[in-house]
Design a protein around this ligand. Sequence first.
Ligand code: GRF
Length: 201
Amino acid sequence: MNDKTRLAVLVSGSGSNLQAMIDAQIPNLEISLVISNNPKAYALERIEKYNIKSVVIDHKKYSNREDFEEEIIRTIEPYRINLIALAGFMRILSPYFVRPYKYRIMNIHPALLPSFPGINSVKQALEYGVKFTGCTVHFVDEGVDTGPIILQAVVPIYDKDTEETLLERVHNEEHKIYPEAIKLYSEGRLKISDRRVLISP
Ligand code: GRF
C-alpha cells in the first residue's frame, strides 16, 4: 500500500485550487494529469513550470456530451488514475462519466452545501443575506453539487463585504480544505456511510 495516489485534475479557468494542491506537496500523491476543456485556461500556464502532463479536450469540438466525456475517459485511462478532482471545471458530468468513478471524483463548491448550489454561489449568499457562507469539498454523484460532503469551511459575511472581498476569503478557505480532503483520501482515511463521509483518525 506504498503506491502513490494518482490524481487527475479537471480545470476550466484560473486554477488557483490546482495551485494549492501543488503547493501542499501531499506526500503520497502524484498529480499525474491536468485536463482543461478550455484551451485558454490560466491553469495551463500555471503548470508550465512543473513536470505535470496537461491535455486540452475542448468540449466545443464534440457534438454531444457523451463523445466529450468518452474522450476524457480515454485520456485518463492509461494514467491509472485513483482520484479525479474537479477544480473550477465548468462542465456538468453526466451519469455515464460519474457512475464508474463513484467516490473517486471530488469537487469544490464555493458555498456551504446544500445552500446555494449551482453557479454564482458567492453572489447568491451575499444577496440572500446569510451571515455565514463558506466552501464544501464533496464527492461527485449524479446530481449537481449533491454528493456526500467531505469537508467544509465557514466564512463570515461582513456588512462591508462585496462579492470580490467575500470571494477572496472563500477562495482562501478553499485552498486549505481541498488539499486537505485529497490528503485524507490519499491516506485512505475517508469512509463512506450512506451520505456521511467519516474521517478515520
Ligand atoms: C472555485 O471558486 C470553486 O469553488 C469553483 O470554481 C472556482 C475555481 O477557481 N468550483 P480556480 O480555477 O481553482 O481558481
